[in-house]
Each structure stands twice: as C-alpha cells, then as structure tokens.
Design a protein around this ligand. Structure first.
Ligand code: FES
Length: 99
C-alpha cells in the first residue's frame, strides 16, 4: 500500500459516511486521485471493509442482509471489526444503510 495516509483516512472516513463507490467517495470527500495507480489502490480500499481481518465490504453487506444487525453480530459471522476495531464505524454505517 503506497497510498498516502491522508488519502487512506479520507477513504476510510468516507466509507463510514456511506461511500461505497469511487463516485460516492468523490461526492463525500474532496479527495484528489492523481493517477491510475492511485485509482487502483483507492478502488481496492473502498471494497475493503475490515483491514485487520481482510473482510470485504460485500461480505459485511451480505451478513447484514442475512440478519446481523449489530456490530457484534457482524463480528461473529465475518470476524470483521474484531481486530483493532477501527472499521466498526464502517460496519455501523453498513447496518444503518443496509449497503
Ligand atoms: S480494520 Fe477491522 S478490526 Fe481493524
């Protein structure tokens, strides 16, 4: 991962505010994506839900659709959020928005 920390945090924060696509990320934040390589990294990051446990957003959304309605339940089913805990805001947002 060569994405600068500032951009990494912009993506993670935007995910917790509901961004699931690059388009939504650009609407929510003022991120500037410099080049193709950075675009690829941002795209990979925005698809990632929990970095510690390597759980995709898609997997968390699936768990929520299948009835996991708290951060704890999502953790039981997917392990997401059970490491450093920094992705729990993203998980909460997924539960809230069901996406
Ligand atoms: S990023 Fe999910 S627990 Fe650390």
């Amino acid at each position: 991962m060569t994405l600068e920390m500032n951009k990494y945090l912009q993506v993670r924060k935007s995910q917790a505010q509901g961004a699931r696509t690059i388009e939504e990320l650009k609407e929510i934040s003022d991120i500037v994506i410099e080049n193709e390589e950075e675009l690829k990294e941002v795209d990979a990051l925005i698809k990632s839900g929990c970095k510690c446990k390597n759980v995709a957003i898609e997997t968390i959304v699936e768990a929520v659709k299948n009835g996991a309605d708290t951060v704890e339940k999502v953790g039981e089913v997917t392990k997401a959020g059970t490491g450093c805990g920094r992705c729990q805001g993203i998980i909460s947002n997924i539960i809230e928005n069901k996406r």
